[in-house]
Design a protein around this ligand. Structure first.
Ligand code: ATP
Ligand code: FE2
Length: 326
């Protein structure tokens, strides 16, 4: 059994996996009424809830901690104070239980957990807070075919939400407001398979500040435009690679309108859409445990004697990870 710890940003989560089966997935997220994430505050949140989440994950899985063979930790990328808190907790538990640690890349875990849905060799649309990438596996690595040239789509949505007085996370609130909105034109920004959101953000902020537009219309137009950009880039990647599956991942993939647009595009192309359950789309410990187990079975682990050399890696990219397990 592998226990996985997630702590890269707002969420502290622990999941337990055995032979690819999720036995538990418990989390608690730092949120705000207004304003964005303050990394040090989020790290304090993680320190405060860690032990309780750990107990609850063991309880839900109905196992004792002695049954754990190794601890997987989201080592990269993320906010340094949050990553450090998770690493500290992982090392403490690993020493107590006398087990090794499996360092996992958070982004790759977002992708690999999609395999639970049955996707075999998909193009992945990874749409989360800090990241927006269109990825496909080729020759030993997850290659990034297209990505955001500035901010991640979730951060873009959250910054606009903050601007109009909504707290963090803004995505679900914008989604609700968008349901009763109509389209107004905002810039559409795609370059090849890359996308950019800062122009849209400025334009939306200006429109909001002018007080000439309904909030609902701005939210609707934000979604229709930004998601259409993601669909266009994803479709291009499907055409280029000849792959027949689209998998979505990351917190923004919880958005039902984005899911619908993906479904329509896939139907039109004769491709199949795979969408994991929401609990596996936003940050969670189960995805870390799930990929951790796969890596562990291929021999990746850091023993206790080497823990002083084991550090966080806040900037590791998806395409830097050597995929030894496929
Ligand atoms: P990363 O994986 O890049 O490190 P993260 O860990 O912050 O980013 P996730 O937990 O995967 O990201 O996703 C959080 C983001 O998902 C937030 O920006 C949030 O607003 C967004 N989000 C959650 N639900 C929805 C929704 N229904 N519609 C749009 N966005 C959503
Ligand atoms: Fe994430």
């Amino acid at each position: 059994m592998i226990l996985g710890i997630e702590s890269t940003a707002h969420t502290f989560g622990i999941g337990i996996v055995e032979k690819g089966k999720i036995l538990s997935n418990v989390k608690d997220a730092y949120t705000t009424e207004k304003g964005g994430i303050i990394p040090m505050e989020s790290a304090k949140h993680h320190a405060r809830v860690a032990e309780e989440i750990y107990r609850k994950a063991l309880n839900d899985a109905e196992i004792s901690e002695k049954e754990i063979s190794a601890i997987a930790i989201s080592q990269a990328p993320g906010l340094a104070p949050c990553l450090l808190e998770g690493m500290k907790f992982a090392k403490k538990k690993a020493v107590e239980l006398n087990v090794s640690i499996i360092p996992v890349n958070h982004c790759v875990a977002h992708l690999e957990i999609g395999r639970l849905t049955g996707a075999k060799d998909p193009v992945l649309l990874y749409a989360s807070g800090a990241n927006t990438q269109i990825i496909a596996y080729a020759a030993g690595k997850y290659r990034v075919f297209g990505e955001t040239l500035d901010i991640g789509i979730g951060n873009f949505i959250d910054i606009f939400a903050r601007h109009i007085g909504l707290g963090f996370p803004g995505g679900p609130k914008i989604m609700e407001l968008a349901k009763s909105g109509k389209y107004v034109e905002i810039p559409y920004s795609i370059k090849g398979m890359d996308v950019a959101f800062s122009g849209l953000l400025t334009n939306l902020k200006q429109k909001f500040d002018s007080k000439k537009y309904k909030i609902e219309d701005l939210c609707y137009s934000l979604q229709e435009t930004a998601f259409a950009m993601l669909i266009e880039a994803s479709e291009r990647a499907l055409a280029h690679t000849g792959k027949k599956e689209l998998l979505i991942g990351g917190g923004v993939a919880c958005n039902t309108r984005l899911q619908e647009m993906c479904r329509i595009m896939c139907e039109e192309r004769g491709c199949k859409l795979f969408c994991p359950a929401n609990q596996f789309l936003t940050d969670n410990g189960a995805m870390i445990a799930y990929l951790g187990e796969i890596m562990f079975n291929k021999g990746t682990k850091i023993d206790i004697k080497d823990f002083d050399k084991l550090d966080i890696n806040s900037r590791e990219r998806t395409d830097m990870v050597e995929v030894k397990w496929r």
